[in-house]
Design a protein around this ligand. Structure first.
Ligand code: NAD
Length: 328
């Protein structure tokens, strides 16, 4: 198939051709993000390959359909950026990479958590400046802490395993509890109980209409003082304004984010020479107890190789049978 790849980065240009080893598909890489103004670039192709930052709204899908696109192959797990109803109405198949390396995101969750609990971001800067004072670097053990996991699917399951290894008391909420988690001793509770009991909360559910701003002012108010919150799922699962208030009041003791609700146009770009226009984000990065990474949880060699292989498998199965292996 002739495939146009939007929002292509250097790693896409390296890993996708490797997975397409027998040149089964003709791949064209574009820097452009897919949106209403760039959808025209898909003209002459059979399939579009898109990422989390690409826009697959009704308007964009209608344009793609008009140009003959029959498949949208997402090279990511989340699909909250796709209007699935419109895609289905137009007969466009949407495929994704449901699980590539849950370990990549789960390990990144703990990278953020340990950075915050041991104040490594501050310690690193101090040591580089020859300051070896410990004042202000007092941390806390993960051992015996109540770790609350929201969503125990592929990633949450690995987080539960790692948390258990640290000796955390792991609790979770999920409308579809996971037997593997139960077997390792995870206790399932409802959302409000989880909020009340956690020392550390980590989010691993998808962003849907039900989970948008799942964590908001009411839930934060019910939490223990100085709770630690980690979000590597999707930005809008938490209400950033409410979280900022929680940080200002000290209710939230530490915050680690790999995602941000307004990350489009911000993450995945070098804006180091520019003034950040997003005041909410600018406020977030002023807190000494906040660590933010720019959606890099998935960004390991193993995960990128798996993403590329599954994306090519989706393209190949669609070309051969009219059905993508991991169609939504
Ligand atoms: P998954 O589908 O395997 O698991 C999601 C789990 O969340 C499921 O068990 C589901 O039942 C549960 N869930 C749904 N609604 C819920 C709710 N209201 N409360 C509690 N649980 C709920 O997905 P996954 O592969 O584990 O990924 C989880 C999320 O992580 C993805 O949806 C994506 O948004 C995000 N993600 C982020 C990165 C990154 O780089 N930061 C990479 C991959 C995925």
């Amino acid at each position: 198939m002739k495939v146009v790849i939007f929002s292509a980065e250097a790693h896409d240009r390296a890993f996708l051709p490797r997975a397409n080893a027998d040149d089964a598909h003709e791949l064209t890489f574009l820097d452009a993000r897919l949106d209403n103004s760039t959808a025209v670039l898909a003209s002459g192709y059979d399939a579009v390959c898109a990422f989390v930052c690409d826009e697959l709204s009704e308007e964009v899908l209608v344009q793609l359909h008009r140009q003959g696109i029959r498949l949208v192959a997402l090279r990511c797990a989340g699909f909250n950026n796709v209007d699935l109803q419109t895609a289905s109405r137009l007969g466009i198949t949407v495929a994704r990479v449901p699980a590539y390396s849950p370990h990549a995101v789960a390990e990144h969750t703990f990278a953020l958590l340990l950075m915050l609990t041991r104040k490594l971001h501050r310690a690193h800067n101090r040591v580089r400046e020859g300051n070896f004072e410990l004042e202000g670097l007092l941390g806390f053990n993960l051992h015996e802490k109540v770790l609350g996991i929201v969503g125990t699917g592929a990633i949450g399951n690995v987080v539960a395993r790692i948390g258990t290894g640290f000796g955390c008391k792991v609790i979770a909420c999920d409308p579809a509890p996971n037997d593997e988690c139960r077997a390792m001793g995870v206790r399932y509770v409802d959302w409000s109980t989880l909020c009340r009991e956690v020392d550390i909360l980590t989010l691993h559910c998808p962003l849907t209409a039900d989970t948008k701003h799942l964590l908001s002012a009411r839930e934060i108010a019910a939490m223990k003082q100085a709770v630690t919150i980690i979000n590597t799922s999707r930005g809008a699962v938490l209400d950033t304004r409410a979280v900022i208030d929680g940080l200002k009041s000290g209710k939230i003791g530490a915050l680690g984010l790999d995602v941000y609700e307004e990350e489009d146009g911000l993450f995945f770009h070098d804006l180091s020479e520019q003034v950040i226009q997003d005041d909410m984000f600018a406020r977030l990065i002023t807190f000494p107890n906040v660590v933010i990474t720019g959606h890099q949880g998935f960004f390991t060699q193993e995960a990128l190789a798996a993403i590329a292989e599954t994306t090519i498998a989706n393209l190949s199965s669609f070309a051969d049978t009219g059905h993508a292996v991991h169609a939504l």
